[in-house]
Design a protein around this ligand. Sequence first.
Ligand SMILES: *Cc1c(COP(=O)(O)O)cnc(C)c1O
Length: 431
Amino acid sequence: MDKLKEQYNNLGIDEKIYDYCNNVESELKERFDNIDKTAELNQLKVIKAMHDAKVSNECFNSSTGYGYGDIGRDTLEKVYANVFKGEDALVRSQITCGTHALAIALFSNLRPGDELLSPVGKPYDTLEEVIGIRQSKGSLKEYGVSYRQVDLINNKDFDYDGIKNALNDKTKLVTIQRSRGYATRESFGVDKIGKLITFIKKLNSDVIIMVDNCYGEFVEDKEPLEVGADMIVGSLIKNPGGGIAPMGGYIVGKKELIEQCSYRLTSPGLGKEVGASLNANLSLYQGLFLSPTVTASALKGAIYAANIYEKLGYNTFPRGEEMRHDIIQAIELRDEKALIEFCKGIQSASPVDSYVAPEPWDMPGYDDKVIMASGSFISGSSIELSADGPLREPYNVYFQGGLTWPSVKYGIINSLQKLYDSKLVIDSDLC
Ligand SMILES: *Cc1c(COP(=O)(O)O)cnc(C)c1O
């Protein structure tokens, strides 16, 4: 134990900070045990899927050119379909990010004259331009696909009457976002999503239900396809890539929907048959294999941070004791300097780029300056410990990820050390 304290001290952590954080951790044993149990279950699910698909060394070979007959790529898609309980999957390095995966799923399954419905309020920021909520070139709106939205009640409950009224003859696809994203609304548990799906399917059994699964994978012991969703979509530089996948996205679901997606991703007539994997296959398999425990580390980090900062008097979303449905943690720091110091703490604890200090900058698409901390192996990866927030009241920091529990723990302790060094947290707070 003393050795550990000494090692933290070598990294600039005061004894007082260390002791304070240790006390908080000691109260979280049961929560962490439950997270480990979910990780165990999901780990076994992944292994079973790899057994069933007969994953072999051959799967890690590379393909070039058209990529015809890429066994590794095709087998990985079988593994994904099995893990997430879909009929088929599209898991590709050519899917550049989560937004792209969502855009493929939407554009491929909607036609001019169709309507898209979001029954859970405004979708993730980047989807505004995909849908055409914000004016943009090439949006669904430009192709004659209309959009309707039903807001949540009190930022958490479904407005069932509103949803019933919004469904109409044109409604072709319903999009449900599992995670809070960068809003302060609640994230939805899989069972809660299931209730909404049942309600909608009763009114219209033909409507396609898509779930934006970003940040939700492996947080619970089941996934949205198991409660009636037709298609789930996500990014490989978040949970399911396990911090190892260097890029990519996935779509899993009903066979005919995935087929539509494949014709949009590549070309009508070609679909899933083409797409060279180069040398990516090994990383995508390894990442999926590690994802359940990596997601568990990230979850522990979120809960740890919420508890540490809550006890210091900060508002946290979700609250420290709340059940988790995604890996995002928001802390209302109330002070510009606190937000900057927090991010500096995360950055300087990172394995990569620890010596650079994040600076607020004018990010395209945002009104206020934004500060971002990320010292990740994979550029922009948010399953690795990262933090960011806009420089505006109430100075929320959003943070997520952490490949291993000790590294995310150190990152959070270091954020607190930075606040302490700047006298934003003082001795009398730490009891
Ligand atoms: C991250 C995220 C996206 C978009 O993913 P990118 O990879 O950043 O394009 C979409 N929806 C949600 C809920 C997300 O968290």
